[in-house]
Design a binder for this molecule. Structure first.
Ligand code: ECB
Length: 139
């Protein structure tokens, strides 16, 4: 079980997001909008069941899944693809990892906590985006 990812987390840094979105085939207009967003993650967990919400002033996105079980993800409002997804809890480094198998090669993400920060690494096709979020204790 990783250190709890639960809570409300506000983005404080976002490195290489543009290249990650470009790898997903997102056009320049949408990338410009997305780059300005301060994303918020709201993560809930009960046992193996997770809900991860990504919130912004522009669009929201949510997934729910059980770790260790394959599911279908439709990335509605993002790159709008249907992908097969599997998340796992990896004990090394206490990470929650996700492999997103579909048209795009080497696609997935990993979440982990260090101190009061939530880390997210998103990868697609050789591009790696690194996002860091600070715990919002008021929510
Ligand atoms: C939902 C807020 C972002 C809205 C951006 C809108 C358009 C840009 C289109 C595609 C960009 C690709 C990804 C957006 C980046 C972050 C959103 C969710 C990333 C993700 O997979 O989060 C995981 C891990 O926390 C859970 O879904």
């Amino acid at each position: 079980m990783p250190t709890s990812l639960c809570g409300t987390w506000d983005m404080i840094s976002n490195v290489n997001f543009d290249a990650y979105m470009n790898a997903l085939g997102i056009g320049v207009y949408l990338r410009k909008i997305a780059l300005r967003l301060k994303l918020r993650k709201v993560i809930e967990q009960q046992g193996d069941q997770y809900i991860i919400k990504t919130l912004s002033t522009f669009r929201n996105y949510a997934i729910s899944f059980k770790t260790g079980q394959e599911f279908e993800e439709f990335t509605k409002g993002l790159d709008n693809r249907h992908i097969k997804v599997r998340t796992d809890v990896v004990n090394v480094g206490n990470k929650l990892t996700c492999e997103q198998v579909g048209e795009k090669k080497n696609r997935g993400w990993a979440h982990w906590v260090e101190g009061d920060k939530l880390h997210l690494e998103l990868h697609c096709d050789g591009e790696v985006c690194k996002q860091v979020f600070k715990k919002n204790v008021n929510e």
